[in-house]
Design a protein around this ligand. Sequence first.
Ligand SMILES: Cc1cc2nc3c(=O)[nH]c(=O)nc-3n(C[C@H](O)[C@H](O)[C@H](O)COP(=O)(O)OP(=O)(O)OC[C@H]3O[C@@H](n4cnc5c(N)ncnc54)[C@H](O)[C@@H]3O)c2cc1C
Length: 363
Amino acid sequence: MLLSEHIFPAHRTEFVVELPQAAPSLVLGYGDQGLSDLAIGRRLAIGNGILTCEDDEQAWARARASEGDKGGAAARACLDMVDLKHRFLPELVSMEKIASYCLTEPGSGSDAASLVSQAVLEGNHYVLNGAKAFISGGGDTDVLIVMARTGGSGPSGVSAFVVPSTLEGISFGRKENKMGWNSQSTRAIKFENVRVPAENLLGKEGEGFKIAMRGLDGGRINIATCSVGAAQGALEACYTYMLERKQFKQPLASFQALQFKYADMATHTVAARQMVRLAACKLDAGSADASTYCAMAKRFATDLGFQVCLEAQQLHGGYGYLKDYPLERLVRDTRVHQILEGTNEIMRVIIARQLLEKGADVR
Ligand SMILES: Cc1cc2nc3c(=O)[nH]c(=O)nc-3n(C[C@H](O)[C@H](O)[C@H](O)COP(=O)(O)OP(=O)(O)OC[C@H]3O[C@@H](n4cnc5c(N)ncnc54)[C@H](O)[C@@H]3O)c2cc1C
């Protein structure tokens, strides 16, 4: 299985076979229904960012999805960014090509606007130099969406580019040895005098940071959805286990302490799901406060999702610690949801800024 072998599903057709609902919903989303964040948050849409989904019946598929998500999230972000008529979009949607989202650098993580990679226009090419860190799917994806500096300091000096990953001068670091998300590669990337065609600039020069942040709104819904899917999978594992496992001559389900715990886990999962759907609706509708709600949903769902998985592991006793059961992996995989796509501290920074500086009304 791809997961246990720590293999990234670079051959997309294999992955689509494993997750059969994915491709149709994605293609429908692009061709007929519009790219609805709510719809993709509820379906299984590979390459459009949501690899975890509520409609999927199998917790294992959810788990696999949550691990593999980030490459999809990158692609989702790319779809947000790339002009619909752009030549890369059809292949990204059909999954003939997948993309990585390249914002983070060794010296700029949470403070992404301080990035130092540079792109200098020379004739009809930009010459790209710099380094990126923690790039999901790096080395396995076909296209890199790279944010680099074309102007002065700060966000207004940043531009975004679509960069085919085979261009000369691009090199990839080793596959990072991670706590979870092991079927997906995470690598550093170096750019040394990479000649990117000028037509691969997304939007205009200086719009790159705005484009990158817009991509992150959808990415945050994706990650939050992965947490909800993982929590749902953990709940289902507990349901079966609590009825089957007996101690003191009674099933675990008969102990009130565990009933209360299970009730809270289910309540938290439902609350997180509602929060994510509200944010997705706001993003779909183009609401002015969509970014605030995406940040809230990401913070809330990823914290609760991880907590539910942790509690589910505890409820499984020693068996929860074994790789034979899904819980240990759900715990490892959901942990990173609190860190990436902007840490949950940064989500609080975004929310607090809107509330305290801009007087946002959340009624
Ligand atoms: C598995 C994985 C996959 C990733 N995939 C991608 C990818 O595909 N593309 C990409 O561009 N990036 C990716 N990232 C990078 C990720 O987005 C960053 O790790 C994240 O934004 C945090 O940056 P940092 O690691 O540099 O931490 P830092 O920014 O150094 O933060 C360190 C700590 O300080 C806290 N902190 C920082 N500033 C503040 C503040 N102002 N107030 C309060 N607390 C603060 C942070 O919350 C954190 O706890 C990935 C990371 C991981 C682990």
